[in-house]
Design a protein around this ligand. Structure first.
Ligand code: SAM
Length: 291
């Protein structure tokens, strides 16, 4: 663990400073670090990809428990500092790169000679995510269909609620459905803002996503499913009939009504009441597929 004074010192020595624009809030609490590490149930046969190692608060502990760590950091200055800090463990590979543009299977496959990656074994992903790109990173990880078994991430508490939300709740929306289509999310514990330096403006939570071997619903066209979900939540307070008619889906009121009926969904319901299975059924119905 590194204290705020040590962080300031390291940054000063490297002529760098905390970049708010890159979501740089460093963990400074050992208990939380250990709780996060324990959540991934690491063994020496695990390969872990870490996004945004920063100054290595999690990296060092992951390296102790896992077989290998591949850490992807976008900030060149931080990476230089990290390579000086991480002189102990020999099983950490540091990569300068943008997580949003990284093909993780390719990276892992290349680093392990194909032992892990798309045609090899599954790997784990861990991160104290930079808050400014939480959702894009999550969607990149899931839509990329990388060969990942579990994801353990820290993110804003409010976003964590959205990931794990069930139909009918206020937090339930397009993000909940997209994530739950690919994975089973579970909020493990909340983390106060006081365990970071600099202190962020929001509290956080640690979430574990068990990536599903098969998606959580059967649809003919995945993109269409996400379009239907986005359109339905586009006008959240309206009935499904009104939100879907005249939306980007380009379907008229009559088609919308008959699709809803065929899917056995009351046109007067609102998006937030529909389960993933019902959205899948509606999507297939709009596409003229009997399900
Ligand atoms: N893991 C460290 C910790 O827990 O103390 C730092 C976490 S800090 C919240 C987020 C880290 O992600 C920073 O090191 C930041 O530079 C890095 N980062 C930001 N955007 C990134 C991106 N697009 N790709 C990879 N790393 C990124």
């Amino acid at each position: 663990m590194i204290s705020p004074a040590a962080i300031r010192n390291i940054m000063h020595n490297h002529g760098i400073s905390c970049r708010k624009s890159l979501g740089q809030n460093f963990l400074i609490d050992n208990n939380i670090i250990h709780k996060i590490i324990a959540s991934a149930e690491l063994t020496k046969s695990d390969l872990v990809v870490e996004i945004g190692p920063g100054l290595g608060a999690l990296t060092t502990e992951i390296a102790h428990k896992a077989g290998k760590v591949i850490a992807v950091e976008v900030d060149r200055g931080l990476l230089a500092a990290l390579s000086e800090i991480l002189t102990g463990p020999q099983n950490v590979e540091m990569i300068l790169g943008d997580a949003l543009k990284t093909d993780f299977d390719r990276l892992v496959g290349k680093s392990t000679g194909g032992e892990y990656g798309s045609t090899g074994k599954k790997y784990k992903l861990m991160a104290n995510l930079p808050y400014y790109i939480t959702s894009p990173i999550l969607m990149h990880l899931l839509l990329g269909r990388f060969n990942i078994s579990i994801v353990v991430i820290m993110l804003q508490a409010e976003v964590a609620e959205r990931l794990a939300a069930a139909p009918g709740s206020k937090a339930y929306g397009a993000l909940s459905l997209a994530v739950q289509y690919f994975a089973k999310p579970e909020i493990l514990f909340r983390v106060p803002r006081t365990v970071f330096y600099p202190k962020p403006g929001v509290d956080s939570a640690v979430v574990r996503l068990m990536v599903r071997p098969e998606p959580g619903a059967v649809v003919r066209d995945e993109n269409m499913l996400f379009n239907v979900i986005r359109s339905a939540f586009g006008k959240r307070r309206k009935t499904l009939l009104n939100s879907l008619t005249g939306s980007a889906l380009g379907i008229d009121r009559e088609t919308c009504l008959s699709s809803l009926k065929k899917a056995g969904i009351d046109p007067g319901r609102r998006a937030e009441t529909l389960s993933l299975a019902e959205f899948a059924c509606l999507t297939n119905s709009i596409m003229g597929v009997n399900s």
